[in-house]
Design a protein. Structure first.
Length: 288
C-alpha cells in the first residue's frame, strides 16, 4: 500500500511527464484494439462466406431462354449442387433498385436491358465451388462466373497483409513506448537520487525503493490501455450502423459486449507486461 501511495505521489508531482507516458501507451493500445477488431472481424467474414458456398454465372445478352433452362436443369442434376436459382433481367433490376433506392440518379440510368440474367448455384461444400465454376465457364452462353472462393481468397490475402502490417505497427509502437516510458521513469529516478540515498542510509532494501517505480510504469500502461480501448470501442459503436449497411446479411455486428470486455482484459495483461518491462529497464539502469 505504501508503494502505491509513493507511485501516485510520483505521478502527481510530474503530471506532464505522466501524461506523455500515458499518451504513448494510449496510441499503442489504440493500434492494438483497431487491428484486433479488424483481424477478428475479417476472420468472421471469411467464415461466413465459407459456410455459404455459392457460384454465380452471368449469361450473355444473346443467350436463349431454352439454353438457359437446359443449363439450369443440368446443374440441378449434379450431386455437387445443393440449390439452383435463376435471376432474370427483371429480377436483377429489382435487386439493383432495392440496393440503390436512396440514389435516384443511379435508378434513372439503369434499365433491365443493361443488367444480365444470372444463375445462382449453391454448392454442398466449398470444395465443390471450383468444379461447378469450371462447368459453368465451359458453357457458350455464360459470359462470366464468380464464386465465393474467389472472395474468400481475396479476403484471406487482404487479412494476411493487414495482419502483418498491424503486427509491425504494434511492435514498433510497443518498443517506442517501452523506451519512452523507461526514459521518463529514469529521469524521475535521477531527480530523486538524494531521496533514494537517504532511504538506503535508513536500510531500505533495493526492492522497497524499486517497487513504486515499477507500479508507476504499470499504472501508465493500464491507464493508456483503457483509453486506447475506449476510443476504439466508441468508434466501433458509432460506426456500427454504417458498417451494417455495408456488410448486408453478414452477421458480424453489433459486436457483443463480452468480446469488448475480453479485449480490454487482454490489453490490461499486455499493459502490465509493457509497463513492468519499461520500469524494470529504468530501475536497472538508474538504480544499480
Amino acid at each position: 500500500m505504501k508503494s502505491v501511495t509513493t507511485a501516485w505521489n510520483h505521478i502527481r508531482r510530474s503530471p506532464y511527464q505522466a501524461l506523455a507516458a500515458i499518451m504513448i501507451m494510449m496510441l499503442t493500445f489504440l493500434a492494438i484494439s483497431i487491428f484486433s477488431m479488424v483481424t477478428i472481424g475479417s476472420s468472421k467474414i471469411i467464415a461466413f462466406f465459407e459456410s455459404k458456398p455459392q457460384v454465380t454465372a452471368f449469361f450473355k445478352t444473346d443467350a436463349k431462354q431454352a439454353d438457359i433452362d437446359a443449363l439450369t436443369q443440368s446443374m440441378k442434376q449434379s450431386e455437387q449442387v445443393a440449390d439452383v436459382k435463376f435471376v432474370s433481367k427483371q429480377d436483377a433490376l429489382k435487386i439493383y433498385r432495392e440496393q440503390n433506392k436512396n440514389d435516384p440518379l443511379l435508378l434513372d440510368l439503369v434499365t433491365s436491358d443493361i443488367l444480365p440474367s444470372s444463375l445462382e448455384v449453391s454448392a454442398n461444400k466449398i470444395d465443390d465451388l471450383s468444379p461447378i465454376a469450371d462447368s459453368l465457364r465451359s458453357s457458350p452462353i455464360v459470359s462470366e462466373v464468380i464464386f465465393q472462393k474467389d472472395v474468400v481468397q481475396t479476403l484471406s490475402s487482404w487479412t494476411t497483409a493487414l495482419r502483418r502490417i498491424g503486427i509491425a505497427v504494434i511492435v514498433v509502437l510497443s518498443v517506442v513506448s517501452v523506451f519512452i516510458m523507461a526514459t521518463i521513469i529514469g529521469f524521475k529516478i535521477s531527480q530523486k537520487r538524494d531521496e533514494i540515498e537517504i532511504m538506503r542510509l535508513l536500510s531500505a532494501t533495493n526492492w522497497y525503493i524499486r517497487w513504486p517505480f515499477l507500479l508507476e510504469g504499470i499504472l501508465y500502461g493500464i491507464v493508456g490501455a483503457f483509453f486506447g480501448w475506449l476510443i476504439a470501442s466508441v468508434g466501433l459503436v458509432y460506426a456500427t450502423p454504417y458498417l451494417q449497411s455495408f456488410l448486408g446479411s453478414i452477421p458480424l455486428l453489433p459486436v457483443p459486449l463480452f468480446f469488448l470486455l475480453g479485449l480490454l482484459v487482454a490489453e490490461f495483461i499486455v499493459a502490465i507486461i509493457l509497463g513492468t518491462l519499461s520500469s524494470f529497464l529504468a530501475v536497472l539502469r538508474y538504480l544499480k
